[in-house]
Design a protein around this ligand. Structure first.
Ligand SMILES: Nc1ncnc2c1ncn2[C@@H]1O[C@H](COP(=O)(O)OP(=O)(O)O)[C@@H](O)[C@H]1O
Ligand SMILES: [Mg+2]
Length: 152
């Protein structure tokens, strides 16, 4: 359970510190659930400036370089089905960075098989339920490491 934006950012930071090249985080949740807040924390955890991460108005994919790993931030909210083919997002998966996807439902069956699903649910004003679920061997490893880091 996250009790504040800062708390959600800290979860993102922790995940980012454990991330390896090629990792994919899919952020699920309604508008205002905190997906972009989490993405900012992820940026900070990679040593990037969190303020550079926003909800892109026109851009679907933004690259943030200069951190421990390149961060590829996809926000598919405004994506029409037909547009996905032109974003080049699939190449990002092979680029040795960390790919973070907001509105992953827009991708459907093309979503990477091994990814960490992060679900954010609005519980109250500043309270969000955060659920992590691994979908393959690498994400299971990341989830285990995340779990292990919580006691530290
Ligand atoms: N515990 C929390 N975690 C994340 N965001 C929170 C939390 N409590 C309040 N908020 C607020 O909810 C909003 C989440 O916005 P945003 O991250 O842009 O959502 P999304 O990207 O999911 O549409 C922000 O205004 C943030 O300050
Ligand atoms: Mg957002």
């Amino acid at each position: 359970m996250s009790h504040s934006s800062l708390h959600t950012e800290r979860i993102g930071e922790r995940l980012a510190r454990l991330a390896r090249p090629g990792d994919v985080l899919a952020l699920w949740g309604e508008l205002g659930a905190g997906k972009t807040v989490l993405a900012k924390g992820i940026a900070a955890g990679l040593g990037l400036d969190a303020a550079d991460v926003s909800s892109p108005t026109f851009l679907i994919l933004r690259e943030h370089r200069g951190g421990r790993l390149p961060l590829f931030h996809l926000d598919l909210y405004r994506l029409e089905n037909a547009d996905l083919g032109t974003t080049g997002w699939e190449e990002t998966l092979e680029s040795g960075g960390l790919t973070v996807i907001e509105w992953p439902d827009r991708i459907g069956a093309a979503l990477p098989e091994d990814r960490l699903d992060v679900r954010l649910e609005h519980i109250a004003e500043t309270k969000r339920a955060v659920t992590l679920r691994a979908t393959g061997p690498r994400s299971a490893e990341l989830l285990e490491e995340f779990r292990g880091s919580l006691g530290a």
